[in-house]
Design a binder for this molecule. Structure first.
Ligand code: SAH
Length: 180
C-alpha cells in the first residue's frame, strides 16, 4: 500500500484522516520538515528524504509492494507537491495556499496560483495578472518582487511562530500576493 499524505503547511494542521493513515504505516518517508509536523503520529520506521527525484520515487514504490508505506508531503500533496510524482493514494492536507487565502480574505476562485519556487516564473505571473488581476505565487528567497508590476504583499512562515506579513522576502517559505 502506498499513500501520499498531506501534513499541512505548519504544525497543527494535520487532519484526523491523515493521522490515521500515518499511524498505520510500517515505513514513513518525508522531508525533515514534513516528518516534524507529523512525528507524534508515526509508529513505523522513519526515513528522512534528503534527495527528491525519479530514482527515489521508484525505490519508494518498490518498498510499497511489500510494506504499508506513507510518503509525507508538506501542505497539500497536489499543490506543487509529491502527489503527481509518486504513484499512490493521495490524502489531502491544508496547503500554504489556503492559509494565505485565509489571511488575505480572498477566495481561491478569485486568484490564479503560480509556482515560482526553485524556478523563474515572471512571464507566467504577468500573463496571470493580465487574465485575472490577482495572483498568488509560491515563492522562495530568490523571488524578486520588483520584477512584477502590481501591489505586492509577502506572507511568510504561515502558521509558524515567526509568521510575518510584509513587503520583503526573507524566508524560503513565502507566498507572494500580487494585485493589479
Ligand atoms: N505542498 C505545499 C507547497 C510545496 S512547494 C503546500 O501545499 O503548501 C514549497 C512552497 O510552498 C514554498 O516555496 C512556499 O511558497 C510555500 N510554503 C510552504 N509552506 C509555507 C508556509 N508555512 N508559509 C508560507 N509559504 C509556504
Amino acid at each position: 500500500m502506498l499513500y501520499v499524505v498531506g501534513v499541512g503547511a505548519a504544525k497543527g494542521y494535520l487532519t484526523d484522516k491523515a493521522k490515521q493513515i500515518i499511524s498505520k504505516a510500517d515505513v514513513v518517508y518525508g522531508s525533515k520538515r514534513a516528518i516534524e509536523y507529523a512525528e507524534e503520529f508515526i509508529r513505523g520506521e522513519i526515513r528522512v528524504l534528503k534527495k527528491f527525484g525519479r530514482e527515489v520515487y521508484d525505490e519508494i514504490e518498490r518498498v510499497a509492494k511489500e510494506k504499508n508505506v506513507v510518503v509525507l508531503s508538506t501542505g497539500d500533496p497536489m499543490v506543487s507537491g509529491l502527489g503527481k510524482k509518486i504513484n499512490g493514494i493521495v490524502e489531502p492536507g491544508i496547503s500554504s495556499v489556503q492559509l494565505a487565502l485565509a489571511r488575505l480574505k480572498l477566495d481561491l476562485c478569485e486568484v490564479v496560483v503560480v509556482d515560482s519556487h526553485g524556478k523563474n516564473s515572471y512571464d507566467e505571473i504577468e500573463k496571470a495578472l493580465e487574465f485575472r488581476g490577482k495572483v498568488l505565487v509560491l515563492a522562495d528567497k530568490n523571488f524578486d518582487p520588483s520584477k512584477v508590476r502590481g501591489k505586492v504583499t509577502v506572507l511568510e512562515n504561515l502558521g509558524l511562530e515567526n509568521e510575518r506579513i510584509g513587503e520583503e522576502i526573507k524566508s524560503d517559505l513565502a507566498i507572494v500576493y500580487i494585485e493589479r
